[in-house]
Design a protein around this ligand. Structure first.
Ligand code: XUL
Ligand code: CO
Length: 441
């Protein structure tokens, strides 16, 4: 059965195209720098938002027109799977991502849930044999079910800790079976609401123990996917333990896990933490911890995780700048952890949304590569920090100074001259590069 009958294969048609079902900027085969656009961008569709989500919000029921939603239970799961592979093929997208509960319904106990998963994973494997689309990552949803009310690996209830572990164990087995490139840990309820009833030290120690057991189990079964932590500062808990990359990195170092994990950085989580998307990417990059990306955007006027499709070209450009500087994402990719708005309820809106996101990042890629080729920001930094390339500055970075020597230098200064940061000029140059990309230059 065809779920997106009216829609054909989405192709690159170029800047002049007015076809809403075509890419205007994303040409997968185009060589940009040392790789093709497809190799740079490694796009992935998020199963939960695209096939499982129904558009419901705290104030209203689902709105999405999805023909598969007539069905229930395992029939629904099978229909969704069929729709998903039709969508992947038509969109020509190289990857997808899912949580366990997105693909198969939970049974009345863990054994039944695992049986449902086995059935769907078997079918998924068959679809993948005939498909170009691969699994970027899978993960466990250890936050929706009421059993996770007080957390999963950070729960106050040891039975829940065990249950959460069993779900990750199954997830790693599934990841291995389907050849997942990565495995993601987003601590949906790994945090707390109030210190009045929370033993933070025990919860953090338990989280550390939990991750070590996950690392051990992956090794035991020979799952070689990259482990990724996805930071988020709040929502659903008030204080999420993996607040941002910096606090997540400190946690990994404290528990000696830093060699086993990298970060999956989500744009909307960055902004919720009071950072820019590029700040989080940059912080991870300079510590060699940038693994993968959840490419979405928040709404500037709303203070929660709106998970919009990324259309902000500035943000996409600065994100791609970090990614290219990182030497690419390795086994990671750009996963659209994004949902169509509640009012965009038609099946074709799913295509429009992904095309918009893919085109935006394709522009970002081109502009970022050009900025790098022309050494634009490199020159800015070299000029701004030139005082560290000679004299006392060189001594500082070479570790040849102490406070005596620095005081002696300071006492000898008659005048201190600072240079302008030139921010407005740099932004104007960035605009110029963006406009050139629009013009196809
Ligand atoms: C929630 C979120 C998750 C993770 C995977 O904010 O981003 O969907 O990406 O669990
Ligand atoms: Co995410």
């Amino acid at each position: 059965m065809a779920y997106f009958q009216e829609i054909g294969s989405i192709k690159y048609e170029g800047l002049q195209s007015t076809n809403p079902f075509a890419f205007k900027f994303y040409n997968p085969e185009e060589k940009i720098g040392d790789k093709t656009a497809e190799e740079h961008l490694r796009f992935a569709v998020a199963y939960w938002h695209t096939f499982t989500g129904d558009g419901s919000d705290p104030f209203g029921a689902g709105t999405m027109e999805r023909s598969w939603n007539r069905l229930k239970g395992m029939d629904l799961a099978k229909a969704r799977l069929e729709a998903a592979f039709e969508f992947f093929e038509k969109l020509n997208v190289p990857y997808f991502c899912f949580h366990d509960v997105d693909i198969a319904p939970e049974g009345s106990n863990l054994r039944e849930t695992n049986k449902n998963l086995d059935t769907i994973v078997g079918l998924m494997k068959d679809y993948m044999k005939d498909s170009e689309t691969k699994l970027l990552w899978n993960t466990a949803n250890n936050f929706t079910h009421p059993r996770f009310i007080h957390g999963a690996a950070s729960s106050s209830n040891a039975d829940v800790f065990a249950y959460a572990a069993a779900k990750i164990k199954k997830g790693l087995e599934i990841g291995k079976e389907l050849g997942a490139e990565n495995y993601v840990f987003w601590g949906g309820r790994e945090g707390y609401e109030t210190l009045l009833n929370t033993d933070m030290k025990l919860e953090l120690d338990n989280l550390g123990r939990f991750f070590h057991m996950a690392v051990d189990y992956a090794k035991e079964i020979g799952f070689d996917g990259q482990f990724l932590i996805e930071p988020k500062p709040k929502e659903p808990t008030t204080h999420q333990y993996d607040f941002d990359v910096a606090s997540g990195y400190a946690f990994l170092q404290n528990y000696d896990l830093q060699d086993h994990f990298k970060f999956n950085i989500e744009a909307n989580h960055a902004t919720l933490a009071g950072h820019s998307f590029e700040h989080e990417l940059h912080y991870a990059r300079i510590h060699n911890m940038l693994g993968s990306v959840d490419a979405n955007q928040g709404h500037p006027l709303l203070g929660w995780d709106t998970d919009e499709f990324p259309t902000d070209l500035y943000s996409a450009t600065l994100a791609m700048y970090e990614i290219i500087k990182n030497g690419g994402l390795g086994r990671g990719g750009l996963n659209f952890d994004a949902k169509v708005r509640r009012g965009s309820f038609k099946p074709e809106d799913l295509f429009h949304a992904h095309i918009a996101g893919m085109d935006s990042f394709a522009i970002g890629l081109k502009v970022a590569q050009k900025l790098i080729d022309d050494n634009v920001l490199k020159n800015v930094l070299e000029d701004r920090y030139s005082s560290y390339t000679e004299g006392i500055g060189l001594d500082i970075v070479q570790g040849k100074t102490d406070f005596h020597k620095l005081e002696e230098h300071a006492l000898g200064l008659t005048e201190i001259t600072n240079k302008s940061g030139r921010l407005e000029n740099i932004k104007a140059i960035l605009n110029q590069y963006l406009l050139k990309a629009y013009a196809g230059e």
